[in-house]
Design a protein. Structure first.
Length: 110
């Protein structure tokens, strides 16, 4: 693949992305309210984006199953997930996750 085709692909993808975003801005600028059906679907976008950003960092595959399950980031992520589920408090979740990460990284697994 030559440089011209590569730049053409990058330009086409950029224009498609821009057009997709612009269509939503144009669409929601013309209607007064978001339809209920669309609003119900859009409620799931932030958790999906958060999961897409966080889960790959937590689930690093190690050479053995035991090493994968004892990964300090995975354990801290599980602790933070449990705290988030039980308390629904962002600051408690961040504090518990960081405390668990530091505990496992510098005390238990050191």
């Amino acid at each position: 693949m030559g440089p011209a085709r590569l730049w053409l692909a990058i330009l086409a993808i950029g224009l498609a992305t821009y057009g997709f975003r612009l269509s939503f801005i144009h669409l929601f600028g013309r209607i007064d309210e978001v339809p209920d059906r669309v609003g119900r679907v859009l409620r799931f976008v932030p958790p999906a984006v958060l999961a897409a950003l966080v889960v790959p960092d937590l689930l690093t595959i190690r050479p053995t199953v035991a090493a994968t399950l004892v990964d300090d980031r995975l354990i801290a992520g599980i602790v933070a997930g449990v705290v988030a589920w039980r308390t629904e408090n962002v600051f408690a979740t961040i504090g518990a996750g960081m405390a668990a990460l530091w505990l496992f990284r510098f005390v238990v697994l050191a």
